[in-house]
Ligand binder design. Structure first.
Ligand code: NBG
Length: 807
């Protein structure tokens, strides 16, 4: 199938782009050049660039309709897109022109890029994966829409006060968002509550409350702008802006009530990726965006098909975690109650169309809703869930494989969204080989036995456009020399670097890029954290959400133990290190917040020790987000991926860091296992219990106190924490952390501590040989083609969605 390339963005001369920018400054932003601020110029440039995306966007849409391509709909509560200006500039190859254009207008290009607010419409890996997938689906030419929520406020802004995390509302929409198009015509009423009646023999849901879902479209251009998909985000609006009657009475609060209620739904991103709380609002958010998306895609489907039975061959819907799991019952409801199909047929169509990705095995993260809540908020859906579940049970009985009691969408008064997603999906996928294997053996063991073909693996990936090309231009230039132009869309070409690992001149160029990135980061650390760090030191980073299973605690305990050792033996040949942390804790997660405070306390103590000057420094810049990741990753030497084995479904930061030439210290967990396989045992520092050890130890009865007692180094640090060495003599401050470690330690920090310490010393020894280290760095980059999200999306296209990429 050929694609009409005549609509591709043309080469753009800097003067032309400057003129277009000046034009938008005046006519879209309403400012004159002499009065324009940086943000005005940035908005004007964004408009000028957006103009270049519209033609290929229209061409893509026409092509998809003309060829009736099967469409993919990626439903996700989170899209952690960060700054879009960068994707646009890079994917369209406009950087040189934009740089020159802005310079001619007297505007600093780099400052303009950084001026765009970081759109934090997600918590972490799950949301960022969705953003990388959008980029890859456009790059490969897959007809796709992302569907999500246009939160007024993304993930909270983090700051530290006395080392404690403070949360403030984030405000990415304070300025206009230049990439989106408001679609006033695409508005759907979404109901909640009420009751189910029967009319003409058909059940009819009469909701008590209705809000409107209003669409905002952001075009997503792929590499070189050849193909442009759409991210459609829904904003909740009242069906009635305000009540005139109370207004006229002078009761202005009552008049505004309908608006306030409705808008609450898309007000904030729920800041947690592991525990469902804030129950009713969260359930409403989930139904709100899922229902709006389904209505929208069904309208598109029925605009040129009459037969609902064709849906599975024309449409693939991907549920990103269980958050949109209500899509199953909603689709059945639409087909039955609105299209008049029988239940069996409707259920079969849903099961041919829906697919579900699981992102965590932690039992508390598999969503469950009180049946009472579900029945109250979505009464018709509750009936359908019961029916789907009964149908599944009957089907299994008939097939001679009756369901065990551990399976069922409604158990113990709760609706289980994991089971519901599983029984409603054609394919269910894990996000790394290990995670998929554990899914089969643990959370979904019984469902897997009933449906042995349903679970498939699709190991995560990251887009090399954003995570290499655009965040690390220096290394990218070196790669282009070795692998030729175009590797950004064909990352397997990095393999060309492998043989060059033995070439001293090449290694030097790779390390010179790293060094330049480190200098740049050191300047930024100086400016933002007021700390002077030596760019010659090893930059050792752990950047991810703060969670006990990710074990930032183990990292900081090892750091304290290292400090003890260095004070005891000032002459020991310990290479200088800068240990960098980045990450937010969910506001309600007390232990994670206590760990943040401990990191800051230990860091402050070490940084204040004059004997550590130039040898050991601790940096924890607040408000880790996509933009900060883009700064830290290119400058990292060591990547900390130290989760308790069996807990990190995949990890994607591990891939970004390795792709940028950092070496991994990590456990055999998630995608670390595949990174280990790809880079080879000599080029990664693996330590600790594996997933089987962890479950065996737990089954045997794990005694953390005994492990602490056995480790002299760990005991010393725990005693120091209890004595208040890091907390101005206040032994109480970190008691909860210390007690948990010695008494409970579910995530087995104590069990892995000593092997982690040893692995860190292996890191020290490797660092002492700069040539060897550089070789390892090159051998980390070379096999990273496997971790491009293009590879992942090709896998989904083939094994899950059954669509053919156009490129
Ligand atoms: C996260 C996992 C990560 C994984 C990402 C993307 C959730 C619920 N899960 O290991 O913790 O890389 O999903 O799959 O955010």
């Amino acid at each position: 199938m050929t694609f009409d390339h005549s609509r591709m963005p043309r080469e753009l001369a800097p003067a032309e782009l400057a003129e277009a920018t000046r034009h938008h400054l005046v006519y879209s932003i309403g400012k004159t050049p002499d009065a324009a601020k940086l943000s005005d110029w940035r908005l004007a440039l964004s408009r000028a660039i957006r103009d270049r995306i519209v033609d290929p966007w229209v061409a893509t849409t026409r092509h998809v309709y003309a060829h009736d391509l099967k469409r993919v709909y990626y439903l996700s509560m989170e899209f952690l897109i960060g700054r879009l200006i960068e994707d646009a500039v890079n994917n369209l190859g406009l950087e040189p022109a934009a740089r020159e254009a802005l310079a001619s207008l007297g505007v600093d290009f780099d400052a303009a890029m950084l001026d765009e607010p970081d759109a934090a419409l997600g918590n972490g890996g799950l949301g960022r994966l969705a953003a990388c997938f959008l980029d890859s689906m456009s790059t490969l030419g897959i007809a796709a829409h992302g569907y999500g929520i246009r939160y007024d406020h993304g993930l909270f802004r983090q700051s530290f006060r006395d080392g404690w995390q403070i949360e403030d509302a984030e405000d990415w929409l304070a300025q206009s968002h230049p990439w989106e198009f408001e679609r006033t015509e695409a508005v759907w009423p979404i109901g909640f509550g009420g009751e189910v009646t029967t009319r003409d023999g058909r059940p009819r849901w009469e909701p008590a409350e209705t809000v409107l879902a209003a669409a905002y479209d952001t075009p997503i251009p792929g590499w070189q702008g050849r193909w442009v998909n759409t991210l459609r985000l829904w904003s909740a609006k009242p069906t009635k802006i305000f009540d005139l009657e109370p207004f006229n009475r002078g009761d202005y609060m009552a008049a505004a009530a309908p608006a306030v209620l409705a808008q609450t739904i898309s007000r904030v991103l729920y800041p947690d990726d592991t525990t469902p709380q804030g129950k009713e609002l969260r359930l409403k958010q989930e139904y709100f965006f899922t229902a709006a998306s389904l209505r929208d895609l069904m309208r598109r489907f029925f605009s040129d098909h009459d037969d609902a039975g064709l849906l599975p061959s024309r449409v693939a819907i991907q549920l990103n975690d269980t958050h949109p799991a209500i899509a199953g019952p909603e689709l059945v409801r639409i087909l039955m109650d609105e299209r008049g199909l029988g239940f069996d047929e409707a259920f079969a169509i849903a099961r041919g169309t829906l697919h579900y990705t699981n992102h965590t095995l932690m039992p508390e993260a598999l969503e469950k809703w009180p049946a009472e809540l579900m029945a109250r908020v979505l009464p018709r859906h509750m009936q359908i869930i019961e029916r789907m579940d009964a149908a599944h049970a009957a089907e299994m009985r008939a097939a001679g494989r009756p369901r065990p009691d551990s399976v069922g969408c409604i158990r113990d008064g709760e609706v289980r969204m994991g089971d519901l997603s599983f029984i409603a999906a054609r394919r269910v996928n894990g996000v790394s080989a290990l995670h998929t294997d554990l899914m089969r053996r643990t959370v979904f063991r019984d469902l897997h036995a009933l449906h042995p073909d349903r679970i498939v693996n699709q190991t995560n990936g990251v887009t090399p456009r954003r995570w290499l090309r655009s965040c690390n231009p220096k290394l990218s230039a070196v790669i282009t020399e070795a692998a030729g132009e175009g590797w950004e869309a064909d990352l397997d070409r990095l393999a060309a670097l492998g043989p060059l690992a033995g070439d001293a001149a090449f290694r030097e160029r790779v390390m010179a890029a790293k060094q330049a990135n480190k200098r740049h980061l050191a300047d930024w650390i100086g400016a933002t954290c007021g700390l002077t760090v030596d760019p010659g030191a090893m930059f050792d980073v752990q950047i991810k959400r703060i969670h006990e299973y990710k074990r930032q605690l183990m990292n900081v305990l090892e750091l304290a133990a290292l400090w003890n050792e260095m004070r005891r033996d000032p002459g020991a040949p310990v290479p200088p290190r800068v240990r960098i942390f980045g990450g937010k804790a969910a506001p309600g997660y007390a232990m994670a917040k206590a760990i943040i405070k401990l990191i800051n306390d230990i860091g402050r103590t070490i940084n204040a020790d004059p004997a550590m000057k130039g040898r050991l420094a601790v940096v924890y810049p607040p408000n880790y987000n996509v933009t900060m990741a883009e700064r830290l990753i290119p400058a990292a030497d060591l990547s900390e991926q130290i989760s308790t084995a069996g807990m990190e479904a995949s990890g994607t930061g591990n891939m970004k860091l390795a792709m940028n030439g950092a070496l991994t210290i990590g456990t055999m967990d998630g995608a670390n296992v595949e990174i280990h396989e790809a880079v080879g045992a000599d080029n990664i520092f693996i330590f600790g219990l594996d997933a089987e050890d962890v479950s065996r130890l737990r089954a045997e009865g794990y005694d953390p106190g005994a492990h602490v007692a056995r480790s002299g180094r760990l005991s010393e640090v725990v005693a120091q924490i209890r004595a208040g060495v890091f907390s101005d003599g206040d032994g109480e401050r970190h008691r909860a952390v210390a007690d948990n470690l010695t008494g409970h330690d579910w995530f087995m920090v104590a069990a892995d501590f000593d092997t982690y310490w040893d692995a860190q010393r292996r890191v020290d020894a490797a660092w002492a040989d700069p040539n060897g280290w550089a070789r390892k760095a090159v051998l980390n980059i070379a096999p990273m083609g496997r971790f491009s999200s293009d590879r992942t999306i090709r896998g989904y296209a083939r094994d899950v969605w059954q669509v053919t990429p156009q490129f």
